[in-house]
Design a protein around this ligand. Structure first.
Ligand code: C5P
Length: 406
C-alpha cells in the first residue's frame, strides 16, 4: 500500500531521532519514496548523511540552501508529499507548529502544505503532560493533524511514563493505513500521451508542441491511486512512472491500433495525447529534394482514437482533453457530446499556456456538472483530476445499475 507514496519525514531534536534510519529503511522497503527534512537540533542526534544514505535523497536541513531551493524548492516539497510525518516531534516543534511559526524549513513546509500531517511526539513525560504542550496538541488536532503516541515506557533519562516515540514498525503501519485502498484500486486505466509524428519523407514529419507531461502525470497519479496503468506514448522525453506499462508509438495510426488493441478489459480511458488531426496523404520513400520553387502537401484525416474507442467500448469511462485558444467551454462541451464521452477536461493553450509548461489549469465538465481545477503544477492537477474521475465513474456506475433495475 506504500508503493510510490511520497512521504516527507520531518526529524526534530530528540534522542529517538536515531531510530529514523530504521523507519526510512522500512518505508523504502515498502515501496515509498522518502524525502527527509531535519531541524538543526535533529542533526545533533543523527547525521544527515545517514538519512540521505538510507532514503537515497539529499536531506534538507535549511530554508536557506540555495542549491536545494533551485532543485526542489520548499513549496514544491510541500506539494510533493502525500503525507508529512514528523518523527520524533519535539515539544518545541509542536509549539511552533501550533503557533503557526515558519522559523525553519520544516515548520514552513507544514504551513505551506494542504497534505495530511502526522506527528509522533517524543519528549520527557513532564514536558508532554505540561498544559502548554497539551494545549498545543489540542490546537493541532483541531486543525486536522494526527498524533501517533507518545508511547508509555522507559525514557532516555531513565524515567518511566508517556513520552517515547512509537516504534518504527508501528509508524510504518500507520503510514500504510493512511493510504488504505487507492481510489482506483482494482481498475485498469488506459492513457494516451504526447504528440504523434506524421512522416512526410524519411527525415521530415508533422508534429505539435505536446510534451506529454500531463499524460505522464496522469499515468503516475492513476498508478498512485492503485490502478493498473497502460500508457500509449507518442515520441516524448519523459521517464516512465513506476508501475506503469508503456507502449511507444510514433504515428496516429500506430497510436490508434495500440490503444484499441489494449482497450478490452479496461475500465477507464484517458486521452491526453495531442494526436495529429491530419497526415500527409503520401509519405515519400526517399528524401524530397528542394528542386521545385514551391511544394504542396496533401493532407488526409487521421482516425479519431477517442471517438472510436468510446463508440466501440461504451462501458469504458472515457475522458477527453480539449486544448483550446478560444471559447473553451463551448468547444469542450461540444467535443464531449460529439465523441460520446463521460467527461472532458478543457485547458487553455497559446503563448506560455498548456503545452510544455509545468503548471496548468483545467475546466472539467461531465453531463450535468462542471468544476475548475488549478492553476497548479501538472502533478498536483493530475492527482485532483484522478480523484474527480473516480468520483464521477462511481456515480455513473451507480446510475447505470439504477437504470438497469428500473
Ligand atoms: O477533436 P480534438 O482533437 O480537439 O479532441 C481532443 C481529444 O480527442 C483529446 O482527448 C485527444 O487525445 C483526442 N483525440 C484522439 N484522436 C484524434 C484526435 C483527438 O484520441 N485523432
Amino acid at each position: 500500500m506504500l508503493a510510490n507514496k511520497r512521504i516527507l519525514l520531518g526529524v526534530t531534536g530528540g534522542i529517538a531521532a536515531y531510530k529514523c534510519a530504521e523507519l526510512v529503511r522500512r518505508l523504502i522497503k515498502r515501496g515509498a519514496q522518502v524525502q527527509v527534512v531535519m531541524t538543526d537540533n535533529a542533526t545533533r542526534f543523527i547525521p544527515a548523511m545517514t538519512l540521505a544514505a538510507v532514503s537515497g535523497n539529499a536531506v534538507r536541513t535549511s530554508l536557506w540552501d540555495e542549491q536545494a531551493e533551485l532543485n526542489m524548492g520548499h513549496i514544491e516539497l510541500a506539494r510533493w508529499a502525500d503525507l508529512i510525518l514528523i518523527a520524533p516531534a519535539s515539544a518545541d516543534t509542536i509549539a511552533r507548529l501550533a503557533g503557526g511559526h515558519c522559523s525553519d524549513l520544516l515548520t514552513t513546509l507544514c504551513l505551506a502544505t494542504d497534505r495530511p500531517i502526522a506527528i509522533a511526539p517524543a519528549m520527557n513525560r513532564l514536558m508532554w503532560s505540561n498544559p502548554a504542550t497539551q494545549d498545543n496538541v489540542s490546537k493541532l488536532t483541531a486543525r486536522g493533524a494526527q498524533f501517533i503516541g507518545p508511547a508509555v515506557g522507559e525514557l532516555a533519562e531513565r524515567e518511566t511514563g508517556p513520552g517515547r516515540m512509537v516504534e518504527p514498525a508501528e509508524l510504518e503501519e500507520f503510514c500504510a493505513a493512511q493510504f488504505g485502498e487507492g481510489v482506483l484500486a482494482g481498475q485498469h486505466v488506459l492513457i494516451t500521451a504526447g504528440p504523434t509524428r506524421e512522416p512526410i519523407d524519411p527525415v521530415r514529419f508533422i508534429t505539435n508542441r505536446s510534451s506529454g507531461k500531463m499524460g505522464f502525470a496522469m499515468a503516475a497519479a492513476c498508478a498512485d491511486a492503485g490502478a493498473k496503468v497502460t500508457l500509449v506514448a507518442g515520441p516524448v522525453v519523459q521517464p516512465t512512472p513506476p508501475g506503469v506499462t508503456r507502449i511507444d508509438v510514433e504515428t496516429a495510426e500506430q497510436m490508434h491500433k495500440a490503444t484499441l488493441d489494449a482497450a478490452p478489459g479496461c475500465d477507464v480511458f484517458i486521452a491526453t495525447a495531442a494526436v495529429a488531426d491530419y497526415k500527409p496523404g503520401f509519405a515519400a520513400d526517399s528524401k524530397i529534394k528542394k528542386d521545385a520553387a514551391s511544394q504542396q502537401l496533401d493532407l488526409i484525416r487521421n482516425p479519431d482514437i477517442l471517438a472510436d474507442l468510446a463508440a466501440k467500448h461504451p462501458d469504458i469511462f472515457s475522458i477527453g482533453f480539449a486544448a483550446e485558444t478560444d471559447d473553451l467551454q463551448t468547444y469542450a462541451r461540444g467535443k464531449m457530446q460529439r465523441k460520446k464521452l463521460d467527461m472532458i477536461a478543457g485547458n487553455w493553450v497559446g503563448a506560455g499556456k498548456g503545452f510544455d509548461t509545468d503548471d496548468n489549469a483545467l475546466w472539467v465538465a461531465w453531463p450535468g456538472g462542471e468544476q475548475e481545477l488549478g492553476p497548479a503544477p501538472k502533478g498536483v492537477l493530475a492527482r485532483d483530476l484522478v480523484a474527480l474521475i473516480a468520483k464521477r465513474q462511481a456515480a455513473a456506475t451507480e446510475q447505470a445499475s439504477k437504470d438497469n433495475s428500473a
